[in-house]
Design a protein. Structure first.
Length: 107
């Protein structure tokens, strides 16, 4: 079954293998603006640089770097909260020891 492709469902998505557009018979010749961007569009599609191909990888790397920094900040916040809690506990123990010493001296 040989069915020609349509605009919505081309036989192939490769622009080189697609058939060139034919001028319409209903329009007079020269009525439309000539298509001068077709070759440059194909050339620019083929002329992708390595840098452009690596953009998604660079974005992923930046995203992971940001997430690692956020995790490190979160760990530091947890360590700081733990250190403050331990400092308060030590201060309370010190005050209990002073009170106990003062009570022993007073008696």
């Amino acid at each position: 079954m040989n069915i020609a492709g349509t605009i919505d469902r081309p036989l192939t998505h490769d622009p080189k293998k697609q058939a060139p557009m034919k001028p319409s018979t209903s329009e007079p010749a020269g009525s439309a603006i000539p298509d001068f961007t077709t070759t440059s569009a194909i050339d620019s599609r083929e002329n992708r640089t390595r840098e452009m191909q690596l953009i998604p990888e660079a974005l992923a790397r930046a995203h992971m770097h940001e997430r690692l920094q956020e995790a490190e900040r979160q760990r530091q916040a947890v360590r700081l909260a733990t250190a403050r809690r331990m400092q308060r506990r030590a201060e309370r123990a010190s005050m209990r020891a002073r009170r106990a010493l003062a009570m022993a001296v007073m008696q």
